[in-house]
Design a binder for this molecule. Structure first.
Ligand code: PLP
Length: 507
């Protein structure tokens, strides 16, 4: 295999090899199931160290593009073929939501999530938890034997080894970061809170995507921010409306989930990322990029917006809650420039530092190579269950339902006709042991259109059963009182009204 390397280029050699192989796979020159050259032969033919090839293969493997088979080498991932056949049908109307104060239900939603984990026999299509890593007990024991960190206080920004490991991971994702840009946090929820309290004062306007993660809405609400929900399109936040509100409301922060968005599962394109950053620059509005599901992609995803940021405008947040275990409470944030010290001081007086035990376990897991294998397994299982769920929805759901087809993560988003009684359907589904999540929780003020977030991180049997029960309930309510089943008129999808004029002010 011939790979042209530009040794003068600032792009690292392993990334040049990665890009070339990625292109060969995207273009079909390398087909699913094809074996890649051995590490030794490729290293010889392009005249680089074997470690450089291993790095390139590691990144491709982390992106879910290739997989290693014990003793046989590396192969182009076969599961990718099925993925491209499934067409998303998500096309929501576009209404901006201005949140009124109050009505925050994050506490109730969190308690429901805790309960959902412990209900035997329940098919949980609502909250997504990663499948537990198999080898964690043994790794945890080893980590505890090796660390004396329990006996002392540690750095507020987190243990140096762990920060180095996370930095390596982020460099593979395309970020240009150093260990000194990183703060390890108690889950990404704490990172969001630290950043939001730093950038936003009570009474400031903040832009969020609508729908978005309710835990972020809760922090903003709690700190007294005024929230503007700009609608998501199938490509990401509506950039035209975003610009309009950047101009009229001078917000102090844009909160975005650019990769494997919660709840829609969408991932924005490199162009969308560039345009969003350009707008933020033009209107001098910082971005908080919360990519909690990064790493769970089974198709390639672009580098985070932070990778494009030259002006310390973007704060990037990640977590091990979705890839490893939520209970370990290890998240992290990349904060560059003058913001770092100010946020680090806040971290110190919040809780000094993240538990050294949690940090040691994650660090040992990363060092052992188990993490990469675990991620690959999660991706393979999740891809299979996502495909299975989409196919089941095609079989059982009414044709009026529309959904996203995510490139990874744990969720997809189903958009429903406006007059469907989603709360009643949730109750009836629960009576049949199926737990679902009404989409309203993800909209500021719960004002959004009728929708549900469904997690596909379940067994195929559970998906089949859960989706068939839901499909029957949806059809029952949708076609109630109608003579023929398939003559339903698609209703107006949105119930919200734009209140731009009422709130707009000169900057
Ligand atoms: C988008 C997003 N961000 C942040 C979090 C918080 O996760 P944690 O604090 O466990 O890292 C979640 C949890 O569901 C999430 O979905």
């Amino acid at each position: 295999m011939k790979i042209f390397l530009d040794r003068q280029s600032p792009k690292p050699i392993y990334m040049q090899i990665h890009d070339r192989l990625s292109n060969l796979i995207q273009s079909g020159a390398l087909q699913p199931g094809d074996r890649l050259p051995s590490i030794r032969s490729l290293a010889e033919s392009v005249q680089v160290n074997k470690l450089t090839i291993i790095e390139a293969y590691n990144v491709l493997e982390a992106e879910g593009v290739i997989c290693a088979r014990q003793g046989s080498g590396y192969f182009v991932e076969t599961q990718r073929v099925a993925a491209t056949n499934l067409k998303p049908t998500f096309a929501p109307a576009q209404d901006v939501i201005i949140k009124e104060p109050g009505g925050n239900s994050f506490f109730d939603l969190h308690m429901a999530a805790v309960q959902a984990q412990t209900q035997p026999g329940m098919i949980n299509l609502s909250f997504g938890f990663p499948r537990p890593p198999k080898d964690i007990t043994q790794i945890a024991k080893r980590a505890l034997n090796q660390t004396d960190a329990l006996h002392k206080y540690d750095l507020p920004q987190g243990q140096t080894t762990l920060r180095r490991q996370i930095t390596q991971m982020l460099i593979h994702q395309g970020l240009n970061v150093s260990t000194d840009d990183l703060i390890v946090t108690n889950g990404s929820e704490q990172a969001l809170s630290l950043a939001m309290h730093y950038f936003v004062q009570p009474g400031d306007w903040v832009i969020v995507e609508a729908p978005t993660y309710f835990g972020a809405i809760a922090i903003l609400e709690n700190l007294g921010a005024k929230i503007i929900g700009i609608p998501m399109t199938a490509e990401g936040i509506n950039l035209e409306l975003l610009e309009q509100y950047l101009k009229s409301h001078c917000p102090k922060l844009i909160y975005t989930i650019s990769t494997l968005h919660n709840p829609t599962g969408l991932t924005t394109s490199p162009e969308h990322r560039q345009q969003l950053l350009a707008l933020a620059q033009q209107y001098e509005c910082p971005i908080l990029e919360d990519n909690a599901y990064e790493g769970l992609n089974f198709e390639p995803v672009p580098a985070p917006i932070k990778a494009l940021d030259q002006n310390d405008l973007v704060t990037y947040v990640g977590t091990f809650s979705k890839t490893l275990m939520p209970g370990i409470r290890v998240g992290y944030m990349v904060v560059t420039g003058k913001h770092y010290q100010a946020i680090l001081e806040r971290k110190l007086f919040h809780d000094v530092h993240v538990s050294t035990v949690s940090q040691a376990i994650v660090s040992e897991y990363l060092a052992s190579g188990h993490y990469r294998r675990h991620l690959n397994q999660l991706r393979t299982e999740n891809l299979q269950s996502r495909n299975f769920m989409v196919q089941a929805m095609e079989r059982y759901f009414p044709e009026e339902a529309k959904w996203t087809v995510p490139k990874g993560g744990l969720f997809l988003w189903v958009q429903l006709p406006a007059d469907i009684p989603i709360q009643t359907i949730s109750k009836e589904a629960l009576a049949q042991n199926v737990l679902i999540f009404s989409g309203s929780a993800f909209f500021p003020d719960k004002q959004g259109y009728s929708a549900m977030r469904l997690t596909f991180a379940n067994s195929l049997e559970e998906i089949e059963q859960g989706i068939s029960i839901l499909g029957k309930l949806l059809k029952k309510h949708l076609y109630r009182g109608q003579e023929k089943l398939f003559t339903h008129q698609y209703p107006q999808l949105f119930v919200t009204t734009s209140e731009n004029d009422r709130y707009s002010k000169a900057c």
